[in-house]
Design a protein around this ligand. Sequence first.
Ligand SMILES: *[C@@H]1O[C@H](CO)[C@@H](O)[C@H](O)[C@H]1NC(C)=O
Ligand SMILES: *[C@@H]1O[C@H](CO)[C@@H](O)[C@H](O)[C@H]1NC(C)=O
Ligand SMILES: *[C@@H]1O[C@H](CO)[C@@H](O)[C@H](O)[C@H]1NC(C)=O
Length: 354
Amino acid sequence: MRHFFAFYLAVGSIMTRLVSPIHISSVSESSKLIPKSSLVTNDCFPALGFKTPKQTPHDVELKHWWCDAATEYAFVGFSYEVTACQSAEQLMDEFKDIRENFDSRYVRLYGACDREGFYDDIVNAAWENGLGVHALVWFGFNGDDIWIQRRDTLFASLHSNPKAKFMTRVVQFGSEPLYDNVLPHQQLAEQVELAKANLSSLSIPVTVSELAYGYQERGGAQDVLDAIDSINIHMLPFFSQNASTANQSWPLVLNDLDWFIAHGNGKKMYFDENGWPSVTSPSVQPNSPLAVSNVANEQAYFVLLDQHCEYLKHVVGGGIGWFAHIYSDNQEPGYGIYDSSGKLKFPFHPRTFC
Ligand SMILES: *[C@@H]1O[C@H](CO)[C@@H](O)[C@H](O)[C@H]1NC(C)=O
Ligand SMILES: *[C@@H]1O[C@H](CO)[C@@H](O)[C@H](O)[C@H]1NC(C)=O
Ligand SMILES: *[C@@H]1O[C@H](CO)[C@@H](O)[C@H](O)[C@H]1NC(C)=O
């Protein structure tokens, strides 16, 4: 994350919601009787309660492998930065923590580790702990071409590791390639199409991890929105020019979400980089003099999302699944659920269904 510009400047007027997200629940009486499961069924990956098989499934099983996207709303997991090139053991321990202590279904990778075989370690840790992965082709902030090599390495691993396609829910291009202007939007859309073609035999979809403002400042980049399979949104209201406290941030969330509802053609949406910082740092600077960063506000932001669980569940495309950005302060100062000494900063038990 590198946010120190007033990037909400150009945000237009509030969009009219095209599809009313609230409708009468179609949950039948009988399904209401199913006790405290987050999902109507847990025989799909990565439902809570699903047991990942010991053996790699046959390719034909891929058809019925993933849970329906409409079950992927509310809290789905953590952003997890890999720039530290965590060891296989650390990945195993932390993915276990992420799954077992927080009821996560996914990790969303952030940053890059260029160690050989690293994505295989991710796949192993995900497999052992029953977590799906939002993989990432990382551009970084240097404006160089290393992302091409990263893309090729990741794709090679997705093709060669027989477990990888069962763990990898989506490949993201990120982070914020439009906001950072790493490629003209036409070329980014073309890269998405090429990636989709490359990964189609594995049934792995492709997305871009981006702010509403990233699209808006590139004329809407409708070609990119049309190309991506799901919309993976950076929801970081602390940077809004109208930011004050997390408790007051719901209109800011809605403002960006409504833009995606209006332009996203009903695609599945995630808040994949999503949170409120407990402190500022050189790369985390507010654009509003009233923006408050402290642990109480970091926590309050996630409570706010929990309070709007029903609303988010019924957003077009199968509801909003949200990630907490980020697992630890060691990964992004101020945004961690854990502080840099490994202590939880606040109790964190977000809803996984409603
Ligand atoms: C997919 O991409 C990899 C890495 O660039 C390449 O080696 C492979 O040939 C591609 N496969 C297809 C089917 O396009
Ligand atoms: C921010 O505040 C200005 C001035 O009050 C208002 O016009 C604008 O709609 C607000 N934007 C959002 C996203 O709330
Ligand atoms: C946010 O609002 C809740 C009440 O809904 C209150 O309990 C909480 O203290 C507030 N948090 C902050 C950080 O102001």
